[in-house]
Design a protein around this ligand. Structure first.
Ligand code: GRF
Length: 200
């Protein structure tokens, strides 16, 4: 059984996609050990509570430095037996000490086809605003391993989505979430589960 922690900051629709995949039996041998949010008001914490998944708000502002936050978070997850960290709309830039503590065991969902529209400043609606401004006809989502860069780790899975005439950033974001993010994140977790098993 792979125990995962899902780190969130917002509505938690990607978290919900993981919960639904587990509860439907589509995603096997995976359990959500805990959900961690950096924001008390994240609806993702409500989703966790509704599914009896332990949820905690652990905020960088409560620590002397981002490194102290990283150490605390790493110790918390390790003491809870977490095997894989899943960033699902998590907006904190995690420090190197945390990345090193979970080297090769952190994945992130990004709402574009990396290497397009990613890196510093590209998150949430900003990603789709940039895609529409560039005039791309195809966008999508990517799940990748997290390394010490921003959206630079090895790509695990991607799914393309068409941009339609008249799309607004909000309409495009919804389509990318529904048709790509919510599909490939559970698939990526299953691929990583198998890879981690092979590494053992
Ligand atoms: C969305 O912009 C999504 O594209 C990105 O994170 C944001 C929040 O997603 N991955 P969620 O509803 O909190 O999962």
């Amino acid at each position: 059984m792979l125990s995962i922690a899902v780190l969130v900051s917002g509505g938690g629709t990607n978290l919900q996609a993981i919960i639904d995949a587990i509860e439907s039996g589509k995603l096997k041998d995976v359990s959500i050990g805990c959900v961690i949010s950096n924001r008390k008001d994240a609806y993702a914490l409500t989703r966790a509570k509704d599914h009896k998944i332990p949820g905690e708000c652990i905020r960088p502002r409560d620590f002397g430095s981002i490194e102290e936050y990283g150490d605390h978070l790493a110790n918390y997850l390790q003491s809870n037996g977490i095997d894989l960290v899943v960033l699902a709309g998590f907006l904190v830039v995690l420090p190197k000490n945390f990345i090193q503590a979970f080297a090769g065991r952190i994945i992130n969902i990004h709402p574009s086809l990396i290497p397009s529209f990613c890196g510093d400043g590209f998150y949430g609606l900003k990603v789709h605003e940039a895609a529409l401004a560039r005039g791309v006809k195809v966008t999508g989502a990517t799940v990748h391993y997290v390394d010490e860069g921003t959206d630079t780790g090895p790509i695990i899975i991607q799914k393309a989505v068409c941009v339609e005439p008249g799309d607004t950033p909000e309409i495009l974001q919804k389509r990318v979430m529904e048709q790509a993010e919510w599909v490939i994140l559970p698939e990526a977790i299953d691929l990583v589960r198998k890879e981690l098993e092979d590494r053992r």
